[in-house]
Design a protein around this ligand. Sequence first.
Ligand SMILES: NC(=O)c1ccc[n+]([C@@H]2O[C@H](COP(=O)([O-])OP(=O)(O)OC[C@H]3O[C@@H](n4cnc5c(N)ncnc54)[C@H](OP(=O)(O)O)[C@@H]3O)[C@@H](O)[C@H]2O)c1
Length: 321
Amino acid sequence: MKYRTLGRTGIEVSEVGYGAWGIGGVQWTGGDDEEAKLALNLAIDQGLNFIDTALAYGDGHSERVVGEVVRSRSERIYIATKVPPKNREWPAAKVPLQEVLPAEHIIKCTEKSLRNLGIETIDLQQFHVWRDEWTEDGEWLEAVTRLREQGKIRYVGISINDYQPWNAMKALRHGHIDAVQVIYNIFEQAPQDELYPLCRELNIGVLARVPFDEGGLTGAIKPDTVFPETDFRTWFFRGDRKRKVFERVEKLKALLGPEAETLPELALRFTLSHDAVSTVIPGMRSTRHVTSNISLSDGRRLSAELLGRLKESAWDRTEDW
Ligand SMILES: NC(=O)c1ccc[n+]([C@@H]2O[C@H](COP(=O)([O-])OP(=O)(O)OC[C@H]3O[C@@H](n4cnc5c(N)ncnc54)[C@H](OP(=O)(O)O)[C@@H]3O)[C@@H](O)[C@H]2O)c1
């Protein structure tokens, strides 16, 4: 496993981290806790030291599973979690900060996450939604300052709304945010334009999320793929979306070769090939996926030529999705 510095926090994180949404159950069907614990333990055995979870994942279930595994290990594992929006709306609508992230809610949720995780300090507490116009509202800063002083959190991050990489730039310039989490994959390349240069300039850590586009970039989504009704992917790949994903992924197969032999390899190597990225956090509930993803952390990056060709696969979801 290779390690990278998480921006100005100075923490050395494994460049492949663990996305723990799937192991929260509920929104991701088809897994179970025993399999999740096996996968997490195997990942840690293989050098993974960074886990991204959230209070909202299975209403604390993901945090409880993560906490149980981390507490049973002697290695230093860094945990990032998130404060959900008080009004439970993703992404946040154009409403005042007080309706979504009031100070007492930030504090209450952090304390709940600490109990779920069974630890004393959260390494990175993130806002699960954000609107940049909230930057100047002192309430969030007051809450995280208090939590830091009490030793309940170490660093603060923003998990940027889907396909809005511009919607945290003001907060980053404000100077109190240590890391951002953003969708970054072969389809969603927009963070390269402005967000990543700013993160490099300000030394902000970057968690690249959804590297497989919720499974689409692994080749698992066909026009007739069906998920259980309660599964998040039924909603995500609704309407004509499965066909759209499938057709784009079919074209990507022409780029497989010596640099990346399979679609999952191409997708993960793409995200690891950008210097601004501190860690990529795939969801991986199976031990098979853990082993194959971590094996790609070998320091080899995609060539400029292949990255140039992949640029043509960028897909503006704000226009066509
Ligand atoms: N708003 C937010 O803050 C937000 C939103 C979304 C996600 N996230 C974070 O980002 C993380 C990653 O996103 P995600 O889990 O939604 O999606 P993802 O990482 O793009 O895709 C996960 C899917 O890819 C499969 N997979 C993993 N490795 C594979 C491999 N080598 N070959 C084939 N298939 C493979 C997984 O299967 P198995 O699970 O069956 O192994 C799962 O079905 C989340 O877990 C969460 O921590 C944050």
